[in-house]
Design a protein around this ligand. Structure first.
Ligand code: GLC
Length: 573
């Protein structure tokens, strides 16, 4: 694992919706560059930028026509280089989004593949003869609706696509595909990129015999939405196949000389299966999708996250929200109550081994944007009228009060949402200690002062049942989340000498007799009596390029007296 990854807090930028520097309504790279100081102030360590490569945008950039350049709609390669330079100057790492499962149908490889069965790049893609009845070669379906196969008249074969027909799957049994991606990675790492988020990292390899997927037992799909139909199969033969991790073993050789991280979008929920990607010399890190799925339910949060930590440990990344899933604030009830719970939940994620990830706007307490159906841009809803798409999580950022919310001076490519208001903007929240923005900033600052939260210290789970979920790190730090059971505030006895390092709300109290009063929907970080504490000033000085051993040595030298006990922000205790 690259040394810098240890303790990282990530931030996902959905490029189309982050900041528009030209007024054309579409976010772009110079827009991101302007906002880097905001991200550094927020206290994140790494940004993951969604695809900005030349693309026909059939799936908003996840259909790549050139893996090595920048789409003119988002800027130029020089803009990206300037962005990387500025980011590094601010101590931020830059992770780009690599899409190796499929390319665009406009990629020169695919255009060539269509020219004939003997075309040079024919085998870069997955081609099969029709079934005896002339239909698709097997029963696989696309994530975005319809069969996973499209017939190409001129050459008389079907090509495979787990997503849109405009996103043909690459053929990872073809050695030239392996070589092409080694070269792509090597080019980006030489350009200064610090890592790649690997799109659908569990999907690259297919069953060698292309067998049908079994249908799951049960009532079958509840409706004809692509999500329901996809979910009605046991994906025994098209996803998570043996051999996929070998690809990442190979990529490590490319990444490691550059200290670059391989972070997989491994959409595999079973803990042991996910762990296979992260063990030994596989991926350095992978997202836990349980983190995005759990309901506001103590038992579910405790058991799901614990199982992932126990199987995979510090290799996990913990997204609060993403550009594909409902935002945490929406999942947890919507509006202000949902936002309060989302901050509490994120505090808990900050207590787990691994890398917590914010999605743009989470720090402002945003829930999903309310959009009219006719605003649909996501191919899921455009192709399947009535199907729930991902647009509500992709509405543009709210920077400042005003018609374009500081995102654009023009018409945004997607509306902001009827539920948006000026108080949610970054500028309205800046400097207000009770705002989501300032409370998130405080959380990240406090996390950095407690090495047990960032150095991979082992996790234990001191509370087995009830409405409070707790994780303890290295016997030094305890992070508590009260999910609530309508029973009112929880009272917990803490060891003498514990201190309240952070609370999501001032109504969390640490009393003189070491009892913690934790109301529902709140979280707290407790420095236990033996906690190492690095002050913010020292933390700034030690900077990112010290080794953990050096950091530990510094922490041991400084005064490790417990923090002042008045909570992470004024009056929390
Ligand atoms: C991933 C991306 C998603 C995209 C899909 C196909 O799941 O996060 O946005 O549509 O892959 O590339």
């Amino acid at each position: 694992m690259p040394r810098w990854w240890q303790g990282t807090v990530g931030y996902e930028i959905y490029v189309r919706s982050f900041a528009d520097s030209t007024g054309n309504g579409l976010g772009d790279l110079p827009g991101i560059r302007e906002k880097l100081p905001y991200l550094a102030d927020l206290g994140v360590d790494a940004v993951w930028i969604t695809p900005f490569f030349p693309s026909p945008q059939a799936d908003h950039g996840y259909d790549v026509a050139d893996y090595l350049d920048v789409d003119p709609a988002y800027g130029a390669l020089t803009d990206l280089e300037a962005l990387i330079d500025d980011a590094h100057g601010l101590g931020l790492k830059v992770i780009i989004d690599l899409v190796p499962n499929h390319s665009s149908d406009q990629h020169p490889w695919f255009k060539d593949a269509l020219t004939g069965r003997d075309a040079e790049h024919r085998d870069f893609y997955v081609w099969k003869d029709p079934a005896p009845d002339g239909g698709p070669p097997n029963n696989w379906v696309s994530h975005f609706g319809g069969p996973a196969w499209t017939f190409h008249e001129a050459t008389g074969q079907y090509y495979m696509h787990l997503f849109l027909p405009e996103q043909p799957d690459l053929n990872w049994t073809e050695p030239r595909v392996h070589q092409a991606f080694r070269d792509i990675l090597s080019t980006w790492f030489s350009r200064g990129v610090d890592g790649v988020r690997i799109d659908v990292a569990h999907s690259l390899v297919e069953d060698a015999q292309f067998r049908d997927n079994p249908k799951l037992d049960g009532p079958g799909p509840a409706d004809d939405s692509p999500q329901e139909i996809f979910g009605s199969f046991d994906h025994a033969h098209d996803l998570d196949q043996p051999g996929v991790v070998d690809i990442y073993r190979d990529w490590r050789e490319v990444a490691e000389p550059h200290e670059a991280v391989l972070l997989g979008e491994v959409y595999v929920l079973e803990p042991e299966k996910l762990a296979r990607y992260l063990q030994g010399d596989g991926l350095h890190a992978g997202f836990s999708f349980e983190s995005l799925k759990v309901e506001w339910d103590a038992e579910e949060i405790r058991s799901a996250l614990r199982a992932h930590v126990e199987a995979s440990g510090a290799g996990l990344a913990w997204p609060l929200s993403s550009h594909d899933d409902p935002r945490a604030a929406t999942r947890f009830g919507g509006g202000e109550p949902g936002a309060e719970r989302a901050l509490a939940y994120f505090t808990f994620l900050c207590g787990l081994p691994g890398a917590p990830f914010l999605y743009q706007g989470d720090e402002l307490g945003l829930d999903d944007g309310e959009l009219d159906d006719d605003a649909a841009q996501d191919p899921i809803s455009r192709r399947n009228p009535g199907a729930k798409g991902r647009d509500p999580v992709r509405t543009p950022m709210l920077w400042e009060p005003g018609p374009g919310f500081g995102f654009t001076t023009g018409e945004p490519w997607l509306p902001f949402g009827a539920n948006r208001h000026e108080g949610q903007t970054a500028s309205a929240q800046q400097g207000d200690p009770g705002s989501h923005l300032e409370r998130t900033r405080e959380l990240l600052a406090v996390r950095r002062t407690l090495p047990a939260l960032t150095d991979g210290s082992p996790a234990s789970w001191p509370i087995d049942e009830g409405a409070v979920v707790a994780v303890e790190r290295g016997g030094e730090v305890l992070v508590l989340l009260h999910v609530g059971d309508d029973g009112g505030p929880a009272e917990l006895e803490l060891p003498e000498g514990s201190s309240l390092a952070y609370a999501t709300h001032p109504d969390v109290l640490l009393l003189d007799d070491d009892r913690l009063v934790l109301p529902e929907d709140r979280a707290a970080i407790i420095a236990l009596p033996d906690a190492r504490v690095v002050t913010a000033a020292e933390e700034d000085e030690v900077a990112a390029d010290l080794t953990q051993a050096q950091l530990d040595a510094i922490a041991a030298e400084v005064d490790v007296a417990s923090p002042d006990g008045d909570g992470g922000r004024g009056g929390a205790a």
